[in-house]
Design a protein around this ligand. Structure first.
Ligand code: ATP
Ligand code: MG
Length: 402
């Protein structure tokens, strides 16, 4: 999956799935997957709407949240992509404007399908610019349990408006955003209806009348379970070790122990994202890639980790987020918490031995800066020996620690 919409410039066959996606659910994903198989577009582009013009009275979750959920649900599939086009556009979201904009980006003569559920198709003539829209793309009208696709209506679209409508049975899943929002609000399980990442996101951000999470011990245990399920065994063990060490260091030096615990828990939450996912998320989350970060994309796991801690785990505390963000390279003006996390990561009790580990541990509780200096000098030498460039932030950090 590419990191921007550059692919559209070369895309001669595109399927677009518009919707409120409040939230995106397994019905949407199953439909998109089935379309991919049957119609073989190069990509399915999910376009979460801004303020939906046809739902003016129904409160809709913030566009950023709906986009984040959409992206997290689809970003591992190279044939899927998500567009911010509608949520970034001011004013009501009209599909006709979106398809017209996509037409301008795609090569001339590109085939563009708009995937539309039976319920939405039956209302299409009431949409803004319907006639133009019907001429701009082909439609894949997907059956949806509980809604009838009236033959007469489709015939009218074809004959009176010249619309190209492909009737597609699709996976016939009885899932809707409305049903999922109701289940969330009633405290009921939504397993099987939405991808796990979407469920976690919605709970973390208390989107559908759920209590907001916080930095409490009970939420810590919940997030710990989630981290356990997303990290490999070895990485989770390292995380547990970092929590132990960070708590001890924070208590010893007078940093906030709870913040240290949270930063340690989440510091590697993005570490095991695939390279493709790291690149995509850097682009979508506006993380600037300087040449060093671009050539060693793994280093961005600290910056992605801070973003993910906020977006996916509901952490808003700036000190925690900064400590996560700077734990790979370090940086200028590091706070006590930043240093605690950096050092805990270096010396946590489960770390396998490496040359300066014992020396760092010896100084850890008497001279924090010295222990860090030893670790950073070692890291720099290792990088240079392997012919890698050293990030300026690491040099800045080392200068200040000396
Ligand atoms: P809500 O209940 O909030 O309206 P929704 O499930 O209808 O949510 P939307 O974001 O409104 O989801 O739908 C986007 C598009 O996906 C629409 O074209 C809709 O018809 C289609 N769609 C949604 N769910 C299904 C489903 N289960 N089967 C087929 N099409 C679906
Ligand atoms: Mg709907």
């Amino acid at each position: 999956m590419p990191s921007s919409h550059d692919f559209l410039e070369r895309c001669d066959k595109l399927a677009v799935m518009g919707g409120t996606f409040d939230p995106i659910h397994n019905g949407h994903i199953a439909v998109a997957s089935a379309v991919l198989q049957e119609f073989k577009p190069r990509r399915v582009l999910f376009v979460p709407g801004g303020q939906p013009p046809h739902k003016p009275d129904i409160p809709v979750s913030d566009g950023e949240h709906r986009f984040n959920m959409t992206l997290s649900a689809i970003c591992e599939n190279p044939a899927f992509d998500a567009s911010r086009m509608e949520i970034d556009r001011k004013g009501p979201s009209y599909t006709v404007d979106t398809i017209a904009a996509l037409r301008k980006i795609c090569p001339a003569g590109a085939k563009i399908f708009f995937i539309i559920g039976a319920d939405a198709l039956m209302e299409i003539l009431s949409w803004h610019g319907a006639e133009k829209l019907l001429s701009l793309c082909e439609f894949i009208a997907v059956h949806r349990p509980g809604y009838e696709l009236e033959k007469k209506y489709v015939k009218n679209l074809r004959e009176k408006y010249g619309a190209v409508v492909h009737i597609f049975e699709g996976p016939l899943l009885e899932i809707s955003g409305t049903q999922i929002r109701e289940k969330f609000a009633a405290g009921q399980a939504v397993g099987g209806l939405v991808p796990r990442v979407v469920e976690d996101y919605a709970r973390t951000h208390a989107l559908y009348n759920m209590p907001a999470p916080n930095l409490s011990q009970s939420n810590f245990e919940t997030v710990k379970q989630r981290i356990c399920s997303v990290l490999s065994k070895g990485r989770f063990r390292h995380t547990l070790g970092t929590i132990i060490e960070a708590e001890k260091l924070a208590a010893h030096y007078g940093a906030d122990v709870n913040k240290a615990r949270w930063a340690a828990l989440l510091h590697d939450c993005a570490k095991e994202f695939s390279t493709a996912k790291k690149r995509v998320l850097c682009a979508h989350w506006c993380i600037q890639l300087d040449p060093i970060l671009a050539s060693h994309i793994d280093i961005t796991h600290s910056l992605l980790g801070a973003e993910s801690a906020c977006r996916d785990y509901g952490i808003t505390d700036p000190e925690i987020l900064q400590a996560i963000a700077c734990h790979t390279t370090g940086g200028a003006n590091m706070t006590l918490l930043d240093k605690v996390i950096l050092l805990a990561d270096f010396i946590e009790p489960y770390r396998e031995d490496y040359p300066p580990l014992a020396e760092m541990r010896r100084h850890a509780y008497t001279d924090l800066n010295k222990a860090l200096r030893i670790g950073m000098e070692f890291t720099i030498n290792e990088l240079l020996e392997r012919g890698h460039a050293v990030h300026d932030r690491t040099r800045d950090a080392l200068r200040e620690l000396s």
